[in-house]
Design a protein around this ligand. Structure first.
Ligand code: SF4
Ligand code: SF4
Length: 442
């Protein structure tokens, strides 16, 4: 399927177009990763407060059992991803470097649950559906891990005009969403119907970039067959189009105000993986205990897309791919633009882990940083209209208030500025540090 590129939509100013490297894994069908002998399940896998631990060492847990309860709406429940015994409750570091308490479950016993048949969700009202999504721990699966029930709680008198399904997957190398759209098309469409019942949007759009022609064709075919009122919009391949603000700009031409939410322009955006998780939670009665993870990269023998139990150590997925094809330089959780370099492959897969990337030694070599030449490329590349060079200078001089006044908190850490900088200035690391320090200083 070929698209007339010039007529395809995309967002305005900024952004970059890195090589997508999707071919490492985009033809690899999703397969089940092995059940880990021990699942390390963090209680902090989402934005907001950590879940409160409900189990003790020695307790027996069933697959899907609630082991961490959300203390408020700005949090999410956590469930046992495997059956077994609670071996330990300990503090760990996540791939992001953030600390979390984790429940370590030693695999024992039988899987009782088994996927139930499609549930009778059509009899339920929007609030009941929202409660099911909350109970089953659904968060944004694109990486942000924002609790989905909050996103779906609309304001009185502000109807949702458009529900947008984000099938963009603009980070190079990642193919989990691509495979999901190809292999679980019907489930995704049913997930959309569940969300339609909750939000009653006037229209539903699925945004997909042109580099996934087979997913576009499959989605359109299934939508036609069902006669569903859903439009698949083909977008130019461009990074960071998966950011919800950029995606809304591309699809609707409207801009979410600084510090605002998509709801401010009548829109709600959910990743395609989230919609699939909603389908599983509501139609199959299954809490969020596994997710699709792309394990890929040039230094890996057999890149793959896995369905992985939450709490599985990253190292076991690398082994399942046959190990390394060459000496690895860096292992990254997420994609190359926004991911986190891993110090320890023992870290667990969590709800927000979309991919594991193994870069070669050559790709990971440190580059020589030189002084800023004032070329302005970072300014032109920033899709959020910021001046990264100015922000970086304020942060270097520990002038965090000035950096905040210049829009530091609007930085989405997309990495476009660092990607284009000829002086190899670690701009994104600077932004992260600046935000951390600004928050610390209140
Ligand atoms: S990392 Fe921040 S400053 Fe740099 S391009 Fe992205 S949004 Fe702009
Ligand atoms: S791209 Fe790099 S060298 Fe150019 S202005 Fe920005 S920080 Fe300076």
């Amino acid at each position: 399927m070929a698209f007339a590129r010039r007529s395809l939509r995309t967002f305005g100013g900024g952004g970059v177009h890195p090589h997508d490297f999707k071919s490492f894994s985009n033809t690899a069908p999703i397969r089940n990763a092995p059940i880990p002998p021990e699942a390390v399940i963090p209680l902090q896998q989402h934005m907001g407060a950590p879940a409160q631990c409900l189990v003790e060492v020695g307790d027996t847990v069933r697959e899907g059992m609630l082991i961490g309860k959300a203390p408020g709406v700005f949090s999410a429940n956590v469930h046992a991803s495997i059956p077994g015994k609670v071996k330990e409750i300990r503090d760990i570091y996540l791939a992001t470097g953030m600390p979390s308490t984790a429940v370590v479950v030693e695999f024992q016993g039988e899987f009782e649950r088994g996927d139930k048949g499609p549930g009778e969700w059509r009899d339920k009202d929007p609030q009941e559906l929202l409660d099911l999504i909350r109970e089953r721990g659904i968060v944004g699966m694109g990486g942000a891990t924002f609790p989905t029930p909050i996103k779906f709680t609309t304001r009185e008198g502000s109807p949702v005009e458009t529900f947008v399904v984000n099938g963009v997957e603009c980070e190079p190398f990642l193919t989990a969403d691509h495979r999901l759209m190809l292999e679980k098309t019907e489930c995704i469409l049913e997930g959309i119907e569940i969300v339609r019942r909750i939000l009653s949007p006037r229209s539903v759009l699925i945004g997909v970039e042109e580099n996934k022609p087979d997913a576009i064709e499959t989605l359109r075919g299934e939508i036609d067959r069902k006669g569903a009122e859903i439009e698949v919009v083909v977008l130019k391949t461009r990074y960071p189009q998966g950011d919800e603000k950029q995606l809304l700009k591309a699809l609707t031409g409207r801009e979410v105000p600084s510090g605002g939410l998509p709801l401010d322009i009548g829109a709600v955006v959910s990743n395609v993986g989230t919609v699939y998780a909603i389908y599983e939670a509501v139609a199959l009665g299954k809490p969020l205990i596994e997710r699709i993870v792309t394990v890929t990269g040039p230094a890996l023998k057999n890149p793959a897309n896995f369905k992985v139990r939450i709490g599985t150590p990253v190292g076991s997925l690398l082994e399942e791919c046959g190990g390394f094809s060459s000496s690895p330089g860096k292992i990254v959780a997420g994609g190359p633009m926004m991911g986190f370099a891993l110090a320890d492959p023992g870290v667990p897969v969590v709800k927000g882990t979309s991919g594991i990337l193994v870069l070669s030694e050559r790709q990971s070599r440190p580059v020589l940083q030189t002084p800023c030449i004032g070329c302005g490329r970072c300014v032109a590349a920033c899709p959020f209209g910021l001046s990264p060079t100015t922000l970086y200078k304020w942060i270097e001089h520990r002038e965090y208030q000035e950096a905040m006044a210049a829009g530091l908190m609007d930085c989405k850490e997309c990495g476009c500025c660092g990607y284009v900088c000829p002086a190899h200035i670690p701009l994104i690391q600077g932004m992260k540090l600046g935000k951390l320090m600004a928050r610390k200083k209140g």
